[in-house]
Ligand binder design. Structure first.
Ligand code: DI6
Ligand code: FE
Length: 403
């Protein structure tokens, strides 16, 4: 066929679908919907009645639900070793702190990660990545932070990037050198931050999209995190922060002052922290897997987030110590059961708001013309089913960049 200037050009489309476009304030539901794409980008997502015609490839979705491909905006997917033995010790009565003092904890994962080659890091991360892909995840953030020296932090970032060549997935690598103090700097955390800002960030900058830090009593102080932010900004990198997980140091307000993409965890965030985040557009990333696995009882201030209009995202925090999960669908359920998110809030938290937490709002996270054609097609009649099940995966098909 020929195309006039007004004709939407497309090469494929998905018809007979229920769309949750995630546009507007809610789910953006369209009952009889069509998604059309050209060269891997969405050119139309809307009612069948207004849909363009003439695609060379049409898929009848038989009434299934289409959402944007899911986005896991906070993971430590690349790491070596397992901490199942530490979990067993905790079940026998040992505390997380006792285990850390005995050489376990983050440092045990650091040792295993330092000992692994880049290829081994890729190989061990792939089954975890595949589990997320099987649930319709099309974009993932992956942090460094278990190397804790320049060479090993770079190795982790290269492994994260290499995963994008192994599978059809978008990977956003984040530099998290300020995750924990390596044993060789014990007692001198300022000297380690000197290394992070003076050597690691300058060399890691070409490999990372953002810089993160762990702002906590057992991590780094707000003053140290601010030094990390300044170095990130000097290298043109976005910032984000692990904040208010175990105590209220107001790292989330600090992150907001620096225009951070997100502040993550937030169980101990105060009303003022949340107000600052909302005003700055800093996304509140909630991590129900860590809350659950650590048997945390302090709930993140979801009501304040609603009241101030802070955008909420949720993620797996996939890591061997505090959130050994590779199920974003389970996080959807947990965000509802544990934190009280609604179906619309939960689904926006793994699509449009997760995209914002990665600075990718123009690229992914909604079904609308101009975005990448990343789709999750579900054997589900309605969006509630994605939040309702515990440990069941209703994915029918996953489409990344139109394929
Ligand atoms: N917060 C966490 O929960 C993880 N990192 C962080 O900054 C813990 C990571 C680990 O125990 O390996
Ligand atoms: Fe984390």
């Amino acid at each position: 066929m020929t195309h006039s200037d007004e004709t939407v050009q497309m090469d494929q489309c998905w018809t007979n679908a229920r769309l949750a476009t995630m546009t507007g304030d809610g789910l953006g539901l369209i009952d009889d919907g069509v998604v059309a794409a050209k060269d891997g980008r969405i050119v139309y997502a809307g009612p069948a009645a207004g849909a363009p015609s003439g695609a060379s490839r049409t898929t009848d979705c038989e009434g299934r639900l289409i959402t944007p491909g899911l986005i896991d905006c906070h993971t430590h997917l690349v790491h070596a070793g397992s901490r199942a033995n530490e979990w067993a010790m905790r079940l026998d009565g040992a505390s997380y702190e006792e285990i850390a003092r005995g050489g376990g904890g983050i440092v045990s994962t650091m040792r295993a990660t330092r000992a692994a080659s880049e290829a081994e890091l890729v190989e061990t991360a792939l089954p975890r990545l595949d589990a997320l892909i099987a649930e319709g995840v099309t974009t993932i953030e992956i942090k460094s932070g278990y190397g804790l020296d320049t060479a090993n932090e770079l190795k982790m970032l290269r492994a994260a990037r290499a995963l994008a060549a192994e599978r059809r997935i978008r990977v956003e690598p984040t530099f998290l050198g300020a995750h924990a103090l390596p044993p060789e700097y014990q007692g001198d955390s300022d000297a380690y931050i000197d290394l992070v800002v003076g050597e690691m960030i300058p060399t890691a900058a070409p490999l990372a999209s953002a810089v993160d830090a762990f702002c906590e009593g057992i991590g780094f102080s707000p003053v140290q995190c601010e030094r990390v932010f300044a170095a990130a900004e000097a290298h043109g990198l976005a910032v984000k922060l692990h904040a208010e997980q175990l105590s209220a140091l107001h790292g989330s307000a600090l992150a907001a002052r620096h225009g951070a993409l997100s502040a993550d965890h937030l169980e101990h965030a105060t009303d003022d922290d949340v107000r600052a985040m909302a005003a700055a557009g800093t996304v509140a990333v909630l991590l129900p897997g860590a809350y659950y696995f650590m048997r945390e009882t302090k709930l993140p201030p979801v009501e304040a987030m609603r009241r101030h209009g802070a955008r909420i995202a949720i993620a797996t925090d996939c890591n061997p110590g505090t959130s050994p999960t590779t199920s974003l669908l389970l996080m959807l359920n947990m965000s509802a059961t544990l934190f009280g998110l609604t179906v619309a809030e939960a689904l926006r938290a793994v699509t449009v708001n997760a995209a914002a937490a990665l600075g990718l709002s123009a690229e992914v996270g909604t079904l609308e013309a101009g975005k990448a054609c990343d789709l999750a097609i579900w054997n589900a009649e309605g969006p509630a089913e994605l939040v309702y099940r515990i440990g069941f995966n209703p994915l029918h098909q996953r489409i990344k960049d139109g394929q």
